[in-house]
Write a protein that binds this ligand. Structure first.
Ligand code: SF4
Length: 203
């Protein structure tokens, strides 16, 4: 597929980046919702721009109860329904690959529970939005606000790329929006119960 040169959205604010993405791609625009604090900000911001915006989550089946509660809280707060993508059941995974695959072969477990469902979700749209920030890790330091995602073959939008942790918290406080309470207990990044530790940043 021939890819057009992307517009330079680097000087744009997060709202401007989301407005551009909504205008160009909605309804073939999907927001990845991990129920971490960045997802709360993006949801709040985008729904003001496009009330019919679409959100999805990858339910690995081993998320924290606080994450499931945050999921329910944001659906209530914004009156939205978050589309769910998931792999085989945990029982089926254990039957095929043995118990506690995450402990023996985390790449295989992630492949089943995260990578395949993500590919399925992204196959339905032309662009997706994620809450990646450049200051989260050296690997993310050069994240553009808008770019062609070679790996998944669609556009990727990172409206919070140049936001700091403090910027995210300021937005949450100023707008009184729901967020995952695990952040208040020292979790910088929140994923599956088996693989997330307080303070740790997962990829
Ligand atoms: S983060 Fe851990 S439990 Fe979750 S899918 Fe990956 S290996 Fe499995």
């Amino acid at each position: 597929m021939a890819i057009a040169v992307p517009p330079d959205l680097e000087p744009a604010t997060a709202e401007e980046v989301l407005a551009y993405a909504a205008e160009r791609f909605h309804p073939r625009l999907f927001v990845a919702c991990s129920f971490q604090k960045e997802a709360s900000v993006i949801m709040d911001m985008l729904l003001r721009i496009e009330p019919e915006a679409r959100f999805f989550t990858l339910d690995t089946g081993v998320l924290f109860e606080e994450t499931y509660e945050t999921w329910r809280a944001v659906e209530r707060h914004y009156d939205v329904r978050i589309e769910v993508f998931k792999g085989i059941s945990l029982e089926e995974q254990a039957r095929r690959h043995g118990d506690e695959l995450w402990a023996r072969d985390p790449d295989a477990c992630c492949g089943i529970r995260k990578v395949s469902p993500l590919e399925q979700a992204l196959s339905e749209v032309d662009a997706w939005v994620a809450g990646v920030r450049r200051d989260q890790s050296p690997l993310r330091a050069t994240t553009p606000k808008f770019h062609w995602d070679e790996k998944h073959d669609l556009w990727k939008v990172n409206p919070l790329a140049d936001w700091s942790d403090g910027d995210v918290w300021d937005y949450i406080a100023a707008n009184g929006i729901p967020y995952n309470p695990l952040h208040d207990r020292g979790y910088a990044s929140i994923g599956c119960t088996h693989c997330t530790k307080p303070g740790a940043m997962h990829a």
